[in-house]
Design a protein around this ligand. Sequence first.
Ligand SMILES: *[C@@H]1O[C@H](CO)[C@@H](O)[C@H](O)[C@H]1NC(C)=O
Ligand SMILES: *[C@@H]1O[C@H](CO)[C@@H](O)[C@H](O)[C@H]1NC(C)=O
Ligand SMILES: *[C@@H]1O[C@H](CO)[C@@H](O)[C@H](O)[C@H]1NC(C)=O
Ligand SMILES: *[C@@H]1O[C@H](CO)[C@@H](O)[C@H](O)[C@H]1NC(C)=O
Length: 184
Amino acid sequence: MMKLFFFAYTLVLYLNFAFTQSAELNTQEMEAFKVIGEKLGAAGKKEWELDKDPCSGEQNGNLYVYCNCSFESNTSCHIYKISLTFQNVSTALPSEFTKLPYLTYLDLSRNYLNGTIPSEWKTMHLDTLILVGNRLSGPFPIALHTMTSIRYLRIDGNRFSGPIPEEIANLKNLEKLYYLFPLT
Ligand SMILES: *[C@@H]1O[C@H](CO)[C@@H](O)[C@H](O)[C@H]1NC(C)=O
Ligand SMILES: *[C@@H]1O[C@H](CO)[C@@H](O)[C@H](O)[C@H]1NC(C)=O
Ligand SMILES: *[C@@H]1O[C@H](CO)[C@@H](O)[C@H](O)[C@H]1NC(C)=O
Ligand SMILES: *[C@@H]1O[C@H](CO)[C@@H](O)[C@H](O)[C@H]1NC(C)=O
């Protein structure tokens, strides 16, 4: 009886593993991922292989992409977390992040990103946004005025200026905000 149980358990684990490995990133997200990678400077980063499915489980240089492949309705995966830090990325923030509808965690800290947060980002459903230590500038970004999903927001160590707007009251889930603190 016990043996049978272990066999069944092992089989479940194996199938789960096999399923996770074979699932692929949703095709629209794969397209968006390539555009984002190119905009973030893939040309200078040989270790980023943008044609490779980021959900395959292999590491893509210092571009960390986390996929969720456990959606019952479809066997394709969705990107829910991206982390790219300390990589000297010196562009504007790509608006195409909005084409990753399952993205909830984004960390692009300690790069040289400039401009402001694109207004298109207001449609995103981020829980965590970490942009500490870049060169973002202008007033408190308007895109954040209505991002009600945000819980943890770090945009300190940039070149933003001006007060926290009263719209911050819209952000009902906000627990932590780091804004104008200098980089430490
Ligand atoms: C399931 O995933 C495939 C591959 O990404 C996609 O083309 C298709 O539209 C998805 N179907 C549904 C019902 O979401
Ligand atoms: C993946 O998606 C499923 C279905 O929505 C959800 O229950 C699960 O918590 C998600 N896992 C992660 C790690 O986000
Ligand atoms: C970033 O630039 C500095 C200074 O040029 C260099 O020392 C460092 O290796 C670069 N880091 C990466 C990840 O390219
Ligand atoms: C951002 O940096 C790039 C390259 O360094 C520069 O061409 C562009 O003008 C900068 N944009 C802003 C808004 O500062």
